[in-house]
Design a binder for this molecule. Structure first.
Ligand code: SD4
Length: 331
């Protein structure tokens, strides 16, 4: 798509609609979604990047009749356990001082959510976020408090820094300057959206965040509305990429609101990327990708740069999809 046309197409209209209009649309969506409860494309799981196994695990869990939230957490755990994934869970790249700190959040079909930020020594942080949601009066716990809460819930203490992440960090330290390059090369946060056989949507997001970040830095991934948002009347969205930019536009919430106002998941993802690109002239220097799903199991995705892929499990098939992207270097 030509840049000019794309920006024109993405002119910001949806969210700013008069409240009256939004409310009546909202009621329509509700009625529609109740009527269409049985018209979904069947249990569906989508996730960021080419996490084939994680998505298949979630998809199969849905086929066995598991709830959307159970399936999403089972799926992201595959990557939290994967020592070769240096941007999620155990084996994640550390901050610039050598500490691996993880962020995660979950959201269920009721609209409840839980999150943990900057947690050390715990691998299954999406499951921990669920415990925050279900076992505390809070939505988010951070740092040592989140870690202590994890032990109280039976999570075990683990060393998250692997030998290879440690060596890569030591090599990076010698290169002196802090210059975050995200996602274009090596950033693979897992964000997952699941639609179960009852037609309910849930989601989970889990990451070690930006490699060699400042100690205490938290990105978009554990922030409800930025890294993940679900509205069971409408659909869900999840983000990956440079969290600072996703936070500034509350990207996942924006996508769900755009879908509430009639956009398809694809159109909503395109407009959310346009918000970022239009505001930030440096957009060529970072990657952001969104994936979204509506109540019927229709999906969409869009990103700034070429190279992003997402997985989609539907009707027993697990396929990789490379969406179109905004920035075409040669144009
Ligand atoms: C963050 N959004 O911490 C995450 C990083 C990411 O793929 O998604 N990487 O900013």
């Amino acid at each position: 798509m030509e840049r000019r046309n794309f920006i024109k197409k993405a002119t910001l209209t949806g969210v700013g609609l008069a409240v009256g209009t939004s409310l009546s649309r909202c009621t329509d969506v509700k009625n529609q979604s109740n009527q269409q409860q049985n018209l979904t494309k069947g249990p569906t799981a989508i996730c960021t990047w080419r996490f084939t196994k994680a998505n298949a695990v979630a998809g199969k869990a849905l086929m066995q009749g598991k709830s959307a939230l159970d399936a999403a957490i089972e799926g992201v755990q595959v990557e939290e356990d994967n020592l070769k994934n240096t941007t999620v869970g155990k084996g994640g790249a550390p901050d610039r001082d050598g500490n691996v700190t993880l962020d995660a959040c979950v959201m269920n079909p009721k609209g409840d959510c839980g999150a943990v930020a900057c947690v050390e020594n715990i691998t299954h942080v999406a499951a921990l976020a669920r415990k925050v949601m279900e076992e505390t009066p809070h939505v988010m716990l951070a740092g040592k408090g989140a870690e202590d809460f994890a032990y109280s819930q039976g999570f075990k203490k683990e060393e998250l820094l692997t030998q290879s992440s440690k060596s890569a960090w030591q090599t990076w330290k010698k290169s002196s300057k802090y210059n975050p390059i995200i996602n274009i090369e090596n950033h693979d946060t897992i964000g997952m959206l699941t639609l179960d056989e009852k037609g309910d949507i849930a989601g989970a997001c889990s990451t070690s965040g930006l490699s060699y970040k400042m100690r205490g830095r938290v990105g978009d991934s554990p922030i409800i509305g930025a890294g993940l948002f679900i509205d069971n009347q409408v659909g869900g969205a999840v983000a990956t990429g440079m969290g600072e930019e996703v936070l500034k536009t509350v990207g996942s919430f924006l996508i769900v609101e755009l879908m509430r106002n009639g956009k398809t998941p694809q159109e909503a993802c395109e407009e959310a990327i346009a918000r970022i690109v239009n505001k930030n002239q440096q957009y060529k220097a970072f990657q952001i990708a969104y994936i979204a799903m509506d109540k019927q199991g229709n999906t969409g995705a869009y990103c700034i740069h070429e190279g992003f892929t997402y997985m989609k499990y539907q009707n027993g098939e697990n396929i990789a999809i490379s969406p179109d992207y905004y920035y075409h270097p040669k144009s």
